[in-house]
Design a binder for this molecule. Structure first.
Ligand code: BDR
Ligand code: CA
Length: 306
């Protein structure tokens, strides 16, 4: 099993991606770290803790950066609702012991430095915590296997015409991360917009007990703002499926320059080159992705209730 840390701002698609990762046979989610992004840090952290409890897992959660490095906080509550999970309400459990008393960056450092196997980072929110980690504890770099992230776009944007939300929210952090010579897999809008899920897929998942009910309810709220023609884009799930089913994705190697100022702030300027340290996902087997979506939550249901 690949040891991973998920750095996240749940967020509807984050919740779905984390759930998929927690039940994936190929992955061992060692830690979940939270960041302010889609909504504020208190809400993203509460959502992460509630999710872990709801799924009956003991995965530790650590709260990270509330604010981007330099920019003012921008959120996406118009997509994810004020709470971050639309109208969905997790049952709050008393025994929410999974929340660490240490900062996310400290937890990441300890875990990476003490891991027998190199750790894969899976950031699916703004890159603030990851940038802080690399700057504060550069000794962790040699035990990071790769960074498989959702963010950016070789072409286009969703927060502005040229910037994707996670990069736009903290472009300075993104620049620190992309400028490192660490292997990065970029699941940006180029591929996340391709791998949409249909309403039929969601209807199927709806029948999968508690977990299916959660996924379908979350998507019914998210649907109205991010879907078109009965399709929903679950951006963050691409990063998890890249790890569990890499053969679904195709891409090219590149270097990526992040624009940090001005009108194009948050743009990920992508230069394709064979020796680039970033693998940019550009294409995917969409039918296989959809099958994987349905089978992932079927397996999660069987494990939870079977
Ligand atoms: C990204 O922005 C957030 O709203 C989503 O959770 C995802 O990580 C998509 O641009
Ligand atoms: Ca996210």
């Amino acid at each position: 099993k690949t040891p991973i840390i998920i750095d996240t701002d749940p967020g509807i698609d984050d919740v779905i991606a984390i759930t998929a990762a927690l039940f994936a046979e190929e992955l061992d989610v060692k830690l979940i770290t939270t960041v302010g992004g889609n909504v504020g840090i208190e809400n993203t952290t509460r959502n992460a803790v509630n999710l872990v409890n709801f799924l009956g897992k003991g995965t530790p959660v650590a709260k990270g950066a509330a604010q981007p490095l330099l920019n003012k906080l921008v959120n996406a509550s118009f997509v994810h609702g004020e709470s971050g999970v639309g109208g969905y309400r997790f049952e709050e459990k008393e025994n929410a012991t999974v929340l660490s008393t240490r900062h996310a960056v400290e937890e990441m450092k300890e875990l990476i430095l003490h891991s027998a196997e190199p750790v894969t980072l899976v950031p699916i929110g703004p890159l603030t915590n990851v940038a802080l980690l690399l700057r504060m504890y550069p000794e962790t770099k040699s035990n990071i296997k790769e960074i498989v992230l959702m963010g950016g776009a070789a072409q286009g944007g969703n927060r502005t015409p040229v910037a994707e939300f996670n990069i736009f929210a903290d472009p300075h952090a993104a620049k620190i991360v992309f400028d490192e010579q660490i292997k990065i897999v970029m699941c940006g809008l180029d591929v996340t917009r391709l791998t949409s899920i249909t309403t039929e897929n969601i209807r199927e998942v709806e029948g999968f007990g508690k977990v299916g009910d959660m996924v379908s309810r979350l998507l019914s709220d998210y649907d109205s703002t991010t879907s078109s023609h009965n399709h929903v884009t679950i951006h963050d799930l691409c990063a998890v499926f890249y790890l569990t089913r890499p053969e679904i994705f195709k891409g090219k190697r590149a270097t990526v320059n992040v624009v940090t100022e001005g009108e194009a702030s948050g743009c990920t300027v992508t230069h394709y080159t064979e020796d680039g340290h970033v693998f940019v996902c550009l294409d995917a087997d969409v039918e296989e992705f959809r099958r994987e979506f349905v089978s992932t939550f079927k397996k999660a249901y069987e494990k939870m209730e079977g």
